[in-house]
Write a protein that binds this ligand. Sequence first.
Ligand code: FAD
Ligand code: SIN
Length: 544
Amino acid sequence: MKNILKQVTNIIHHDVLIIGSGAAGNSLALMLPNNLSIGIISKSDIHEGSTYYAQGGISAVFNDLDSIDNHIEDTLETGCGLCRKDVVRDIAKKSRNLIKWLQERGVEFSHTQTKSGNKSLDLGMEGGHSYPRIVHADDKTGKVIQESLIDNLSNTANINAYTHRVAIDLIIDANNTCVGCYIYNDQADKIEIHVANFLVLASGGANKAYLYTSNPDTSSGDGIAMAYRAGCNITNMEFMQFHPTCMYNQDAKFFLISEAMRGEGAKLLLPNGEQFMHKYDDRGVLAPRDIVARAIDNEMKKNGHEFVLLDISHMEKDFIIKRFPSIYNKCLEYGIDITKNKIPVVPATHYTCGGVEINKKGQTNIKNLYAIGEVAHSGLHGANRMASNSLLECLYFADVVSKDISLNSKNLKKIDINKIDQNKYMQHDELEKVLIKHCWKEIRTLMWNYVGIVRNNHRLSYADQRIKIMKKEIDAFFYTYKINKDIVELKNLVCVAELIIKSAISRKESRGLHYNIDYPETLSEPKDTILSKNQSSSLNISSL
Ligand code: FAD
Ligand code: SIN
């Protein structure tokens, strides 16, 4: 092999290093004490990630008829027996304060006029919620939140954002303590070593493991894969959530049509105009997502349809345009006027309910390593996340972790860089891009066809065999060819795909988002699936 050079490295020190600049990472940076030096890493532009595309909103109890207990009950019911009740309770209780925190940072949510002429937050409705509870900014809640958080970040002297940097692997010392991360600088084509007293994974989900997803390209499961390689426990990866209604149009890259539209009265129809959701659940189109996505999947398979239809055209034109301006404009780009026409929709992967196992303080099983937001498994979502509980979880754990780091950061010691391998990644020849593209597509197609909404033992076993072979090949690329963004993401994608398959195989029942026709029953005792590099096990949640 020609052209082997020692990779040039920069070493950068931080008190706290946050991998990810979404709702979780950016909120944490702003909540941490300003005497700490904080680095935020993001692998694309600072705004890019799932947060920016969030539409529906954030669930919080503001309706006088509603209560914290209702929010808890709805979340537990949607989570199908696997939510951790204390975590659900703590988060639901904090929801109003977290909305207030965002408002204090300049986030402007949509309001409505009350009968007495006062302004109050406009509360939307989504699947699984028994009351209107969704605080939103029209249908672009994520964009409005990200823009405000990023505005606030730019006014801070202690926070440095490092964009177009791809975290490769965590650095763990001999005492099982995280001391930093190897990072690929995509613009300078260099490896950097970022050392930190505390490292927080806020790198989002793994939905790119599937061919069709509502997620942006950042969601390749990097944080989950890095944590797994470092020795963290990874919980419940079989619960990949499929959003029932993404626009059916390859060019639109599966643009999401918010559940809030069904909350406002949109109907789901077969191509012949027939409604079908009432056959599957009394709550109809507002049943939890697992039920609606499975119903659509079943109707499409049974009747050979390529899509079903979402119809809001019976509502007032002005209302539709005011309430859903982004969706209205996006659909128009594709020739669909939603005030007159029905929207062709299909389910697509949307949210990773499993992830890096954390306790109530956001800590992982590696010292000084935390995980927050979609990368983490906190126990809030159980076997199926209730709509609009995710942004809430990002904010809640940002708050909890900021307090824990603040408590533990009184006497920080400088990390000894002499104990870190500074020559870990060598520059070799480039791997041909076409090979990476091919593997990327093969993994995502395999996951879509064999580990989808409805599973069976035969398909899972085939996927397991295929992924093992691919993982071997891809791991070999990683150590043979020059590191770049694509190769890091590919290595992580195959790792999370394997974790999803292994978790799905080990669950011998159907529950929430995991439906296996060979085990249609739900077992009486709910158990988490916990994988770690050293052992795989299925634990009873009451023992955690
Ligand atoms: P993200 O916002 O995904 O951010 C991840 C960050 O990590 C990015 O900055 C990325 O660059 C960085 N990153 C990843 N890997 C690396 C790496 N290797 N190196 C460096 N940086 C890395 N939830 C709700 O509660 N309400 C909603 O209305 C809602 N609507 C949604 C609509 C859409 C279309 C989508 C896709 C999701 C929606 N969700 C919603 C889910 C919710 O948006 C996400 O779960 C949440 O935003 C995740 O935030 P996060 O900060 O954990 O991750
Ligand atoms: C949506 O607007 O439908 C997405 C809400 C969510 O994923 O929580």
